[in-house]
Design a protein around this ligand. Sequence first.
Ligand code: ING
Ligand code: ZN
Length: 306
Amino acid sequence: RSGAPRGIHDAFLNYDEVTAWLKELVGLYPQLCTLISIGKTYENRDIWLIKCTGNNGATNKKKACLDFGIHAREWISPATGVYIINELVSKYAAGGLSKELLDTWEFHIIPILNPDGYAHSHARERMWRKNRKLVSGTCYGVDLNRNFGYQWNTGGSSASACSDTFHGGSPMSENEAKALQNYMTGKSWNTYLTFHSYGQWWFTNWGYTTANPPQYDELKQKANIGANAIKAVHGRAYTVGSSAQILYVASGGSEDWTRGALNILYSYCIELPPTGGTGFIAPVSEILKTGLETFAGVAAYLKALP
Ligand code: ING
Ligand code: ZN
């Protein structure tokens, strides 16, 4: 493509466009944001993490880790990540909700956790899900949301390299999972949110078992605060509960690992709109609509956390 850069609300930006936008943003707001590469993919792309917090001088801020785009074809996820980053940073100076959030939280946001898959979905195969490691012969890709090292390979994942839910050769075998592990380990997190599409679910643990996680009622109560705040914007309802109970059993998910291995109580997987219909191929009009309501939901949820 040539010409002026596409605006963040006008199109599903590709990996290079998101990278350029992140670099521009940290150039504009160096007092609020820093851009870190937390690792390289198989195809040598950077996995970007933007850390944003208010320059209000407060110490001991709460820490939130948010990731988007672990699955390549779920384009509304990175678009929503970009929306949230932009909302927080560009509206900080105006005061209000963005200032309130950035002055009390450190946001560590990975807008595209699966850069190779996302680039491939844009350039070649729209419905690609996994990363792009050459696994065997003609089969590519590990499902990153089956590769994490807590209860890995205990159900709902595949040992076949050609499968869309291939869990990889060993837990945390993939650069993207390892990058998240290296970054998150040793810091104290108040919450972890991972964003997928589609379905309009706010999932608690667990994914690997239908058993209730410890403190399930508390987890559902906090999730409902977020879901209700989303619904208040455009009337779109989310269902709250454990992913294994609501959807299917699946092991090796990132939010099972953040709860089980890192002991982050408030670990959730959010499945963005729609509930059906266009599925992964959300229209461009969804960027603004989903961004707006998701920001409202995440903000209300964060404000309710201890
Ligand atoms: N859904 C998730 C998936 O990885 C999920 C559902 C959530 C599984 C939490 C396990 C744990 O299959 C999508 N859309 O990818
Ligand atoms: Zn997904």
